[in-house]
Design a protein around this ligand. Structure first.
Ligand code: ADP
Length: 276
């Protein structure tokens, strides 16, 4: 059974097949793009193996707890955030075993006092593992967004990630192609250094949307790594506009799903896991 998350209207998973494709960076900027439209937005950093949201949102320290149990989200650039990175030492590795993963993820999602959120975005770990299954089986995920780069290897893994969501009945809202082109910092020339059109083709094959393409741009890199995302440093710039366009497509896809649910008169279909 999946229980509603208190204080949250929509749970959106941001996933990738591979690590390093810019999933966390995209999550942070998308959260801020959604917030720039007046929505109330939070991020739960479900990448238990390599939490990055504290750094991306310039947050540190321990979250407050009420009565020793419920966690107060940390707020960075207006985004309510909870991450395992606040609760454990960044330098010490944790070895996660099956049941611990479910427990930790459930605590981060259900035992944080989310304050009236329109969207809670889940920054998933790369790949298709226990965390994905826990999310799909136990949590009311409204939809998943897949982030990929244009290289063939990344696309191959992204396709696997997409298929996993389909299999567990989590609606795929669409695909984002990150590092789609490279913009030369000196002359502004734009090049498809990793190949062209891969994510679009993948979206077409899977019957889903290409939500947008983001360039490989030094401003995105320095912004996210210094805790000052481009949505903060240049909220009216071209990159902010690109994230905002993707955010509004995600909202549109979610609305379309809601309408579909109402017209079919059913509540959310429970995900079933089919082993092959
Ligand atoms: P993932 O979450 O997929 O492991 P990250 O979001 O941590 O990936 O990104 C990996 C690195 O790539 C980070 O240093 C980040 O700043 C950088 N990066 C991500 N997206 C872009 C982009 N569009 N342009 C430039 N650098 C990027």
């Amino acid at each position: 059974m999946s229980n509603a998350v208190p204080g949250v209207k929509h749970l959106i998973a941001v996933a990738s097949g591979k690590g390093g494709v810019g999933k966390s960076t995209t999550t942070t900027n998308l959260a801020m793009a959604l917030a720039s439209t007046g929505a109330r937005v939070g991020i739960v950093d479900a990448d238990l193996y390599g939490p990055s949201q504290p750094r991306m949102l310039n947050l540190s320290g321990l979250p407050d707890t009420t009565g020793g149990k419920i966690l107060e989200p940390m707020v960075g650039h207006g985004i309510q955030t909870m991450s395992i990175g606040f609760l454990v030492d960044e330098e010490s590795p944790i070895i996660w075993r099956g049941p611990m993963i479910t427990q930790a993820l459930t605590r981060l999602v259900y035992e944080t006092r989310w304050d009236n959120l329109d969207y809670l975005i889940v920054d998933m770990p790369p790949g298709t593992g226990d965390i994905h299954l826990t999310m799909a089986q136990k949590m009311p995920v409204s939809g998943a967004v897949i982030v990929t780069t244009p290289q063939d290897v990344a696309l191959l893994d992204a396709r696997k990630g997409l298929k996993m969501f389909v299999k567990v009945n989590v609606p795929v809202l669409g695909i984002i192609e990150n590092m789609s082109t490279h913009i030369c910092g000196k002359c502004g020339n734009e090049e498809h250094i990793f190949g062209e059109g891969g994510a679009r083709k993948m979206a077409e094959e899977a019957g889903t949307e290409l939500l947008g393409e983001l360039p490989l741009d030094i401003r995105i890199r320095t912004g996210s790594d210094s805790g000052q995302p481009v949505l903060v440093t240049d909220p009216k710039g071209d990159l902010a506009a690109a994230y905002q366009a993707i955010a509004s497509r995600i909202v549109r896809e979610l609305e379309a799903l809601e309408t579909e649910k109402v017209t079919h008169g059913g509540s959310q279909i429970m995900p079933k896991i089919v082993m092959e």
